[in-house]
Design a protein around this ligand. Structure first.
Ligand code: PEP
Ligand code: MN
Length: 353
């Protein structure tokens, strides 16, 4: 972050800004003060958790805060970001949908690809309800090595068949650079999971692709770290990054994670990329997904990533948070109602045929 002070800032105002910066960074060595032609610039060599640009902006004597240009100038909107953070959002069109437009894009499906017939039948139903992108992991990042790890290459083959037969776009996760190419042959969107948000070789590898990347927020990542990760993909050349908030780890223990819906308006201020919400991994409970999904839409999300299973109780992973199909149908109906109120279109069942 770079703070440029007004040329006529008084000594007392300058001192107050420097003091605040030291308080926020917690280390005076991270606060570098420069004076050129009578203008004082303070460079903060940190992306720390406590850095609150609003708190600095309101101090007397502050002219400009150049927060985004150094650390995430591409995600932050390039030139427009310099003009007082009036970030122009981008939309990402692909496979007949456009994420970040007036369309509210619903991505749904099982946590993991399990079985071809089961997935075809679910995908047909989901598509008929207006879901435009089928989710399903072939490579699964699991907390325990003893849990189902996904079908791997076989899972990708199933996804390829389902994609062709059903005529639906697919989002699936790549876990390591060596599999990015084979995953991207099947995927319309390549997902980077929460645990891999800061896997820089992986981010660089998907940055070389010519297809959208769904970048999930690391479960302990600050906004700056998340946007820094997006920047790795963007600066390799791939401009099609969709952010996905999926809940963060806090002191709260009543749900699997804490869904940070409040990040949406902050992203809108600082970042041009579309953002979607995953209430399934955030809440960890299927019954809590609809309320969070609706709240996310009302708060300005560009879409949702939802876990839906034909028999949730039999799901091989994330069974408890997977919605049954009937509840998904109900939710889609409710989302359409919210969409009408806020000017976002949820694809109608008839249009998807
Ligand atoms: C997923 O969406 O399949 C997944 C593993 O989620 P996350 O990376 O957010 O935990
Ligand atoms: Mn899951």
């Amino acid at each position: 972050m770079r703070i440029i002070l007004k040329k006529d800032a008084s000594g007392r105002e300058v001192a107050r800004v420097i003091e605040t910066c030291i308080e926020m960074t917690g280390d005076s060595r991270l606060v570098k003060v420069e004076a050129t032609d009578g203008q004082i610039t303070i460079n903060l060599l940190t992306v720390g958790h406590a850095m609150d640009p609003q708190a600095i902006r309101k101090l007397d004597g502050v002219e400009i805060i150049d927060e985004v240009t150094q650390l995430y100038c591409l995600a932050g909107g390039g030139e427009s970001a310099k003009e007082g953070f009036s970030v122009n959002p981008v939309s990402i069109p692909f496979a007949g949908v456009s994420v970040g437009s007036d369309e509210f894009v619903v991505m749904a499906g099982p946590c993991a690809v399990e079985d071809e017939e089961q997935l075809i039948s679910l995908a047909l139903k989901l598509k008929s309800l207006g879901c435009t992108i089928l989710r399903g992991g072939a490579f699964k990042p699991r907390t325990s090595p003893y849990c189902f790890q996904g079908l791997g290459i076989e899972g990708l083959e199933i996804l390829r068949k389902v994609r062709e037969q059903v005529g639906i776009a697919v989002v699936t996760e790549a876990m390591e650079p060596s599999t990015v190419e084979i995953v991207s042959e099947v995927a319309d969107i390549v997902q980077i999971g929460s645990r891999n948000m800061q896997n820089y070789p992986l981010l660089k590898a998907v940055g070389k692709l010519n297809k959208p990347v769904l970048l999930k927020r690391g479960m302990s990542a600050t906004l700056e770290e998340w946007l820094g990760a997006a920047e790795y993909v963007l600066c390799e050349g791939n401009q099609n990054v969709i952010l996905c908030e999926r809940g963060i780890r806090t002191f709260s223990r009543h749900s699997r994670h804490t869904l940070d819906i409040g990040v949406i308006p902050v992203l809108r201020e600082r970042c041009k990329l579309p953002v979607i919400i995953d209430p399934s991994h955030a809440t960890g409970a299927a019954g809590r997904v609809p309320s969070m999904a609706k709240a996310a839409m009302a708060a300005g999300s560009d879409g949702l990533l939802l876990e839906v299973h034909s028999s949730p109780e039999k799901a091989l992973s994330d069974s408890f948070q997977s919605m049954p199909y009937d509840n998904f149908r109900e939710l889609m109906q409710e989302l359409r109602g919210i969409g009408e109120a806020i000017g976002k279109k949820v694809r109608h069942p008839v249009e998807s045929n």
